[in-house]
Design a binder for this molecule. Structure first.
Ligand SMILES: O=C([O-])CC(=O)C(=O)O
Ligand SMILES: [Mg+2]
Length: 213
């Protein structure tokens, strides 16, 4: 759904969430309460498909699976109703069959072990066994703007998620953020090389030692 090359998305996933967040100007960090469901899950990057779910209702998530294109990341706001299992192994299986890259949700999921077995990556606020309803009369949306913590998410924004967390960068800033992230990574590689050779972080970063000498 975005105009990005697969190559740019792969580069973004390789950099990871923290580096892209820093390189983009310290923007877009989703709350740390939205964390990786299991540590071994693969890092992902891709354009956001935004979904708003009413509390305790996952009908719009089912619909979103069939709206998203291969490579998209579902980004979901559930309002105040965090404590439901909005997503599980059945929906993960459906999403995988459609090539969806992963799920980021401001609420809980269930079937954690099964999703680990599937290798479907999920960032959620936790797990909850309580099931949801699917009420066609309750308002939700696909493709609107979301607020997750203090981050506004628009459809098509670049999502990068890994074991450390999730960052969302506005679509028009994505290419520059990835390029800046690569420059940052090269610089850090140089710093670590010098640390191995005996330099200190205090001298390399010009930090005051705090000790009178
Ligand atoms: O049934 C649901 O709504 C969520 C779930 O557990 C699954 O997708 O397996
Ligand atoms: Mg289930």
């Amino acid at each position: 759904m975005s105009g990005w090359s697969a190559e740019l998305v792969t580069r973004a996933a390789h950099l990871g969430a923290s580096t892209v967040h820093e390189a983009a100007g310290r923007i877009g960090a989703l709350p740390s309460s939205i964390s990786a469901l299991y540590r071994e899950q693969p890092p992902i990057a891709g354009p956001a498909v935004t979904v708003l779910c009413p509390d305790g209702d996952n009908l719009w998530l089912h619909r979103a699976i069939y709206t998203a294109a291969p490579g998209d990341v579902l980004v979901v706001e559930v309002g105040t109703g965090e404590d439901f299992g909005y997503w599980g192994e059945v929906m993960a299986t459906a999403a995988q069959a459609r090539g969806i890259a992963g799920l980021v949700i401001s609420g809980c999921v269930r079937d954690a072990v099964q999703m680990q077995g599937l290798g479907f990556p999920v960032w959620s606020t936790g797990t909850c066994i309580r099931g949801t309803v699917k009420d066609p009369l309750r308002p939700g949306a696909i493709g609107g703007r979301l607020r997750l913590g203090d981050v506004l998410v628009a459809p098509g924004d670049l999502v990068v998620a890994d074991a450390d967390g999730v960052v969302v960068v506005p679509a028009d800033a994505a290419e520059a953020a990835v390029a800046a992230g690569e420059a940052r990574e090269r610089k850090e590689a140089g710093v670590m090389e010098q640390l191995r050779a005996g330099a200190t972080t205090l001298e390399l970063f010009g930090l005051p030692s705090g000790v009178d000498r």
